[in-house]
Design a protein around this ligand. Sequence first.
Ligand SMILES: [Zn+2]
Ligand SMILES: [Zn+2]
Length: 570
Amino acid sequence: MVKEKRRFSLSNLFRQTTPKPQDRTIFTPGIQEKDTSYLLTSPVIYHIAQQSTIVRTCITQLKQEIFRRGYYWEEKFVAKCKECNKEHSSPVKECADCDSPNLKKPDAKQLEYAHTFMEGYINKSEQMFIDVLKELEDDLNVMDDAYFVLVKEYFLDSNAEIKMHRIKEVYRGDPVTMHIYSNELGERGLEGYTCLKHRNHISSSPVDICEECRSELYPIHYVNRVNGVEQYFIKGEVLHFSKYSPSRLYGLSPIITLWSNVTTLLAMENYVNSSYTKARMPRGLLAVQTRNMESMKSFWRGVKDKMESDPHFIPVMGIEAENGKGSVEWIKFMDSLKEMDYIQVKDDLRDRISAFYGVSKIFMADNSASGGLNNEGMQVLVTNRAVEMAQTIWNNYVFPFMTKEFGITDWELKLPPSEEEDEVATLRKREIEVNIAASIKNLGFEVEMDDEGRFSYEKPPPQPEGQPAREEGGDAQTDPYAGTNIDASQMGQMQEEMLSGGGKTGGEGEAKGVPEGDVREGGDEPKPQKNPATTRNKPSMATGPDKRFSGLPKDAGNENVDKRTERRVG
Ligand SMILES: [Zn+2]
Ligand SMILES: [Zn+2]
């Protein structure tokens, strides 16, 4: 049976969609409140975070490290094809996809407005850009919700459509009063509509017009409810983001999770405070069972007098008891700090809180655990990860939103890692790059360097036969093997190639910077080995790591050292 052939056209296809999962935390469409099942409202959370020494220490240190080295603009690509829009990350002559030579560099003009905007104060409250970022970072660490607000000015055409906008100011939105405006699925911009000029006006229909100015309405994405007024924000004006628990709506505050740790610490500190500042309760009470009250009183008076003149006086007291039941008892009122394991408990609580934020103790000037500076490198590394995690949020969520709103397509705004790169390591890396370039040139490629120092390689067009394969002075003079991890098996191959190339131009072997000893052994014609090895011609890699680079970061050293190259250097 042959299947009946049916032609498809769009008219006989039915469109079906997967249902969108409902969210149980959304009850009513419109303004979304934060989950209050912990009975902790946002102002309470802020209050506790500000009260706690350890929380503030952690988030301040974190914030300091994240923004320590400011921000910078980076090219998004080296060359972009004008035909197919492919972005190349290394310099090329023609597009790798469509072979078009029509390429463009990142447009520096795009940055002009953003540069001048971000140089000075970015809002009328005279805040610097980095100050707003720091405020937002604190919001993330306390509430796990932050609102980045762009104040724009709009240019409308005669049909009241937004044709252009310009960013005039940048503000932090307060997570206590800012809310997401969404429908029951958490989708924004489908539930309410507002007027660009009258931001407290709201309508449920997109076809309505503003009652005051008769202009069109735009979908609401966020609302700020403060002092009894509601300000509505449309798409592209506000960015909400979370760091620890991003979700369809809000994040989850770390303070809620650390609640008992933080409040216990606060209570402990208050206890110490009151026991030092206020008139404290007597430490305890000495209860003496006696039948002769008067003699006890007079004896004790004598002891007190003696104690005043000699604090080390130890009184000895005999107790008369007729039935042998007399006794002295010490009744304690307050446990001493030591007996309550105060220090250990406090340490443990502090550790838990700082571990959550990824701030290691050494950063809090606590060297008790490690031997001075020995441990520092390791400790700081933990914090680097916390910094990296935070910077990822900025680099991947916030800055792309911002550059898009600025209309910047060719550049990326970035936060540099807090640890500066070792300068020697950078130079060493550069040396390796140059050596690789030299090796590739010696393999017969054309090497070019662009203005940023990046190398590009190209195969030269094949030479007609009978002519020397290489032009004069074509060889680089650098030792091609320094800093590379080419092993001896590859080295032999490369030497063969070079020798055969050099043979044609008349034995230039020595001038090429090829190590002398190796070349002479090989002679003009490579001879087979007298006692051929049964295994692969590869030297043992048992030699330990290179000692010359001790003290430098691991990346800087060429660890791939075998015995032969070692000998050659010496
Ligand atoms: Zn292309
Ligand atoms: Zn209006």
